[in-house]
Design a protein. Sequence first.
Length: 107
Amino acid sequence: MARLALDAARSLDGVVDSTSGRGRWVTPDRNGVVPGAIAVVRADGRFDVELHLVADLVPLHPLGERIRDRVERDARVAGVADLIGPVHVAFEDVDEAPAHARAEGGS
């Protein structure tokens, strides 16, 4: 669930990356760890998901809503929509460099 949510978030314009916050925000999975995402199963069998992200300099509240919508959509497509609980989005940093500058290796 953590990987699905993080992949959904990273697919959106405005999300630069995730951050593990000195290794505190990770979820283990069969491929290692998912940095910047925590998925915890609730008593009702659904997962609370936390995403810790770095964003572009964009309006963050609308980006957070788009992330939640994308996670829910991707969960439906994957057939696990009934397992998704609340999705919490924390923007831990904002990258002020334009996206094209990062793509070109600039700052």
